[in-house]
Design a binder for this molecule. Structure first.
Ligand code: HEM
Length: 513
């Protein structure tokens, strides 16, 4: 009896201590003079975020209530959200040395010590080295070389649209196939023909992985509430993955096989992304963080090659990033073109002026000259900054940003939806799709960080040029050959996972020109 009283007492003391510590931590924004919603001691403000709307909607609601910069809590963790372009420029660019790390999600490998961490989450020297390894894969000359490969996939899409004439089609699904085939061909030089074959395993498994990010499992919530138990949550997560099939496993196995074949093959290979990763050497300092590194490697005597596991993780990142974001962007482009026929016509006029009789898919140099096309893509990414949620940095040294002292460990989250719909920057009609916003005249006096769909600073999107090239080539070819109108069943509703995508696809009619 006495033992149970004592245990009960100890438990109560621990709970009170936990409660008081939480409450103390949750006073940080008040102390900093930053407004924001009041947090629940256990969940912080997660319950509001975890609702139907997702982060990007809630941030916009809070911005309207508290202003451009506010703070909220994910469990005990303070998140400083801002859509102030001056603060964004300071954090992402000018003070990058104090903000080189990303936000760590609850059920995620440790970016400082885990070998499986890919470039997106890697930090410090390791990130720098990986970024410099992959950058040449997207140089201007590489992009020119990739054009015929991108062109082939676009031609397959055109053939499917011809077949579907008169019928309603979901262009989001079609673009997913296009961008997947393209990234697999260009980055891995492997076979993948998902345009016209929705059962292609690369496609079904990539879709499976992305679909998982739109679910909000209880485990994530636990991780947010009690981040101190991160190892436990990761353990449970790994265990669950071993008892139920995970589409990531298929992709990892396939990539591993591709790497093995390349390594055994004596033939010289073109230096695509996969080959750059296979040939890369990490210097000793970069490799020294990892436990599987020999003393000689650690001292820098032997440059360490990336292990198969490391290559797989980098390749997987590029595969998923290349597939998901560009297809979603293209689907928004075509949603807007179909709903704004005057803009569609103006774009077609520009394309026909540059390519009056040309049937071929345009090249890297061709699309660079199309100014209005560039404005259409930019306006699409203004209205739908689909990857906003991943644009965040963790403060690595306490520092002062525009008069705010940001403590080490605090996450600064960019609220790009609010930034891109800020009436003080873009005018009253922010919901109107208007490419003219990006004419030279109208862009002149705008803040350089008012438009950041690809993030900003040294860690901004590594595939930006490839994504824009592919989106432009596909748009030019399709608009030249077809007129697009929305299907009567089409309504654009958004859902949020790692990116914000059209929940029911984008249903259009295409008529040959
Ligand atoms: C329209 C399409 C795309 C959009 C909107 C987009 C957006 C983004 C954003 C917002 C970030 C975070 C940047 C930051 O934190 O400042 C990012 C990072 C990244 N993106 Fe993209 N992306 C697109 C296409 C691609 C493609 C096609 C690839 C690869 C082929 C790619 C590879 C990456 C990588 C590797 C990173 C991590 C960069 C680093 O941490 O150094 N992205 N992207």
């Amino acid at each position: 009896m006495i033992i149970s009283y004592v245990l009960c007492f100890i438990l109560n003391v621990l709970l009170v201590k936990f409660y008081l510590q939480r409450r103390k931590g949750q006073k940080i924004f008040k102390e900093m003079g930053i407004p924001g919603p009041s947090p629940n001691f256990l969940f912080g403000n997660l319950l509001a975020l975890w609702g139907q709307t997702g982060f990007h909607c809630m941030y916009q609601i809070w911005t309207k209530l508290y202003g451009r910069t506010f703070g909220y809590f994910e469990g005990p963790s303070p998140i400083l959200v801002t859509s102030d372009p001056d603060i964004l420029q300071e954090v992402f660019v000018k003070q990058f040395h104090n903000f080189y790390a990303r936000k760590v999600w609850p059920v995620q490998a440790d970016p400082e010590t885990d070998e499986r961490v890919h470039m997106f989450f890697a930090m410090g020297d390791r990130w720098r080295r990986l970024r410099s390894v992959v950058s040449p894969a997207f140089s201007s000359s590489k992009m020119r070389q990739m054009c015929p490969e991108v062109g082939k996939s676009i031609t397959s899409v055109i053939n499917i649209i011809k077949e579907k004439q008169g019928k309603v089609m979901d262009v989001l699904g079609l673009f997913q196939c296009l961008t997947l085939d393209t990234i697999v061909h260009c980055a891995l030089n492997a076979d993948c023909q998902s345009v016209g074959d929705e059962t292609e395993p690369f496609l079904t498994n990539c879709r499976g992985v992305i679909e998982d990010t739109t679910k909000q499992p209880v485990l994530y919530l636990c991780g947010f509430i009690l981040p101190a138990l991160q190892r436990l949550w990761i353990g449970i997560y790994n265990f669950l993955h071993h008892i139920k099939f995970n589409p990531v496993f298929w992709l990892e196995e396939r990539l591993c096989l591709l790497i093995e074949i390349r390594k055994q093959d004596q033939k010289p290979h073109k230096s695509d992304l996969l080959q750059l990763l296979i040939d890369a050497r990490m210097d000793g300092a970069t490799a020294s963080t990892f436990t599987n590194v020999s003393t000689a490697e650690r001292r820098g005597h032997i440059p360490k090659k990336l292990s198969n596991e490391e290559i797989v993780q980098q390749a997987l990142l590029f595969l998923l990033a290349g597939y998901e974001t560009t297809s979603t962007t293209l689907s928004y482009v075509f949603h807007e073109l179909a709903n704004n026929l005057d803009i569609q016509d103006k774009l077609r006029d520009e394309i026909n002026t540059y390519y009056p009789n040309q049937d071929d898919v345009p090249t890297y140099d061709d699309v660079r000259h199309l100014k209005y096309l560039d404005m259409v893509i930019k306006e699409t990414l203004r209205k739908y900054p689909l990857a906003s949620v991943i644009i965040a940095r963790k403060c690595t040294n306490t520092c002062v940003v525009k008069g705010i002292t940001i403590p080490k460990g605090m996450v600064v989250q960019a609220d790009v939806w609010s930034l891109h719909k800020d009436k003080a920057i873009w005018g009253e009609d922010v919901e109107t799709f208007d490419p003219e916003r990006f004419s030279d005249e109208n862009s002149k006096s705008r803040h350089p960080y008012a438009w950041i769909p690809f993030g900003a600073g040294p860690r901004m999107c590594a595939g930006l040029r490839f994504a824009v090239l592919e989106a432009k080539m596909a748009t030019v070819t399709m608009v030249k050959k077809f007129a697009f109108k929305p299907s009567k069943d089409h309504r654009l509703e958004l859902k949020e996972g790692a990116t914000v995508t059209p929940k029911h696809g984008v249903l259009l009619h295409a008529t040959p020109i």
